[in-house]
Design a protein around this ligand. Structure first.
Ligand SMILES: [Zn+2]
Length: 410
């Protein structure tokens, strides 16, 4: 979304990370776009002064004042104290996203269903989780999610305005919310958006977990304000990713873009769930390292500490092998997409923390024509907190793109 002045050529600020719509022409359309731009800004940035909004969007003072007033009238933002940017001065009155406007954030893991109540602006109000003994069928997943939501209903009805739910699934998800394939859940061609809309009694948007992770990391995390970000996340389920190009999440024709885990890096490697051999996600996987360490689960914090202390040459060699494979893949991705930043999450964040020099040296050396070009390699900021809030972004998206039409009423 791009803020526009009503009487000037369109401007494209660098801080926007949301898809830009086709050009609109009327003054009313321009105003709607500017409202969306201001709401998106305070949603991602937190409490913001009017002058900071003006500086970020390029809009003049009176336009900002009018837009903020309209968002206040819609009860999508609220007034709040903003710390002065310098060392002196008193807090001024700014605006923040209204966190009583909420969405449900639902995650489908093979062994748990989690539901978080997330406010506009990314605050988690409450969270519930139901552990499972085995991966749930789609029907069972919908039942568990519905019972968790039912337990939160009274609180929601009393204190909040709910706009819908976003659901993150590890697997291929098309534009219509059909899970085409999720090997870790054992789902194939499941119309989850329809099923969950019926089960939860609200609008439900379903997306790939890594894609929604990329969206959240560029709105709230280390990638905030950066227009070209490659996000890769590693877990026991494999490697997923999302690519934000010129501020918009790349979705591809069917919504499947970002399957970086199935990039073939070793044609004689191990068999992948996709049927090919040597995909990145089988060559770079935590299972072998965890087995060598005698651990079962993947806990990022514990793995950070353990790999920092380990001296066993077999384990060090396996980590180095995986880092080298990852660096080859990253070099290819960097050459293909020229991101400003690569964000590594989950197990890949652990590999970056243990081998930052080795990984960044390889990625820095190899890109074609890399002179003068810098690619920042960063670990995801948000860690486990990310997946609590990320799916809610799917539900907030229509509101952020068209605040007037989508504002929930009290
Ligand atoms: Zn594969």
């Amino acid at each position: 979304m791009t803020p526009r002045r009503t009487a000037a050529p369109p401007e494209f600020p660098t801080s926007s990370v949301v898809a830009r719509p086709a050009a609109r022409t009327t003054n009313e359309d321009v105003r709607q776009q500017n409202l969306a731009a201001v709401l998106q800004l305070v949603h991602g940035a937190g409490a913001t002064s009017r002058s900071e909004i003006g500086a970020s969007t390029g809009l003049n003072r009176s336009t900002v004042t009018g837009l903020v007033q309209e968002l206040l009238d819609l009860q999508l933002v609220c007034e709040t104290a903003v710390k002065p940017t310098g060392r002196v001065g008193r807090p001024s009155l700014g605006v923040a996203a209204e966190d009583r406007v909420v969405a449900l954030s639902v995650t489908a893991d093979p062994l748990a269903v989690s539901v978080a109540l997330v406010g506009l602006g990314g605050a988690v109000h409450s969270r519930v989780r139901h552990d499972l003994a085995r991966p749930p069928s789609p029907r069972r997943f919908a039942q568990v999610a519905a019972s968790l939501v039912a337990g939160m209903r009274a609180d929601i009805d009393r204190h909040y305005r709910l706009i819908g739910a976003g659901v993150a699934v590890p697997g291929l998800v098309d534009h219509g919310g059909t899970v085409v394939l999720s090997p870790s859940l054992g789902w194939r061609r499941e119309h989850m958006a329809h099923r969950l809309t019926d089960a939860l009694g609200m609008e439900v948007t379903v997306g790939n977990d890594a894609s929604v992770g990329a969206m959240a990391e560029t709105r709230f995390g280390i990638g905030r304000g950066i227009d070209n970000v490659l996000y890769l996340s590693g877990s026991m389920n494999g490697i997923g990713g999302g690519l934000v190009l010129d501020g918009a999440l790349l979705r591809g024709t069917s919504g499947f873009a970002g399957e970086f885990g199935h990039t073939v890096v070793n044609t004689s490697g191990a068999l992948c769930s996709c049927g090919r051999r040597g995909c990145l996600q089988v060559e770079v996987h935590p299972a072998k390292v965890l087995a060598l360490l005698g651990r079962r689960g993947l806990d990022e914090d514990e793995l950070d500490i353990e790999l920092g202390l380990v001296r066993d040459p077999v384990i060090l060699a396996e980590v180095a092998r995986q880092v080298d494979v990852l660096s080859v893949a990253l070099t290819n991705f960097v050459n293909a997409f020229a991101p400003e930043m690569v964000v590594l999450s989950g197990y890949l964040g652990v590999l970056l923390a243990t081998s930052r020099e080795r990984l960044s040296a390889a990625v820095r050396i190899h890109p074609v024509g890399a002179e003068g070009r810098t690619v920042r390699l960063e670990r995801a900021h948000m860690r486990s907190h990310l997946m609590q809030i990320a799916p809610a972004e799917l539900a907030f998206e229509p509101l952020l793109n068209d605040p007037v039409a989508r504002a929930p009423r009290f």
